[in-house]
Design a protein around this ligand. Structure first.
Ligand SMILES: O=C(CO)[C@@H](O)[C@H](O)COP(=O)(O)O
Ligand SMILES: [Fe+2]
Length: 222
């Protein structure tokens, strides 16, 4: 079986109890903490920044933190998130003036780098930087909010991204973000994803271990 990883999006967690929520979801079997950063400019919502990432590290979180930047400009925040303990820093290529430079800045800061593609955006920006990315993240909803429905056309894009990654020979994770549930996760994995962000599907349930267990059972059935 592929090395599948489940990345709960803390956007849907109870922010008043964030440390406890992250502890609970990791204890329930999650692999990575997905950390959505929104700036009310690139996307029409406003969330959390480096101080909250640092607070989670200080709280004792040792799992990888996957920082999904939905901000423009990008570069100003890279050093702050690296210092705050980010593991991955991913950004939208259309939010950065110099994509190659932003990717290099992330690696130079000691983090893993990634590019994020909105639903209507093609994968062209990947072609010349395959050696500089550790993660490709496909949005399967329009960015800005949790709780939206998975856009089915993303399945074809996953297959396209999987083919590009495999042909590149580089070690690149393929992450999917938006509308992932136990009911569609197997189809999404079959299309090529290996890392699954899920916010509302996990945090809106009373028993995180139960829903993560159902996701893993679906993944094991492929
Ligand atoms: O980046 C985003 C939204 O912009 C996501 O990470 C969402 O937080 C996913 O939420 P669900 O669709 O799983 O509820
Ligand atoms: Fe996200």
């Amino acid at each position: 079986m592929a090395d599948y990883q489940i990345a709960p999006s803390i956007l849907s967690a109870d922010f008043a109890r964030l440390g406890e929520e992250v502890d609970n979801v990791l204890a329930a079997g999650a692999d990575i903490v997905h950390f959505d950063v929104m700036d009310n400019h690139y996307v029409p919502n406003l969330t959390i920044g480096p101080m909250v990432c640092k607070a989670l590290r200080n709280h004792g979180v040792i799992a990888p933190i996957d920082v999904h930047l939905m901000v423009s400009p990008v570069d100003r925040l890279i050093g702050d998130f690296a210092e705050a303990g980010a593991t991955y820093i991913t950004f939208h290529p259309d939010a950065s003036t110099h994509v190659d430079r932003s990717l290099q800045m992330i690696r130079d800061a000691g983090c893993k780098s990634g590019l994020v593609f909105n639903p209507a955006m093609g994968l062209d920006a990947l072609k010349y930087v395959m050696d500089k990315v550790d993660m490709v993240l496909l949005m399967s909803v329009n960015p800005g909010f949790g709780g939206q429905s998975f856009i089915p056309a993303t399945l074809d894009k996953l297959r396209e991204a999987r083919a590009l990654i495999d042909a590149s020979g580089h070690d690149i994770r393929l992450e999917i973000d938006g509308g992932v549930t136990p009911d569609n996760i197997a189809e999404i994995a079959a299309a090529g994803a290996d890392t699954f962000v899920a916010g509302s599907a996990i945090f809106n349930q009373p028993d995180y271990a139960e829903v993560i267990g159902r996701m893993r059972a679906q993944l094991a059935s492929i």
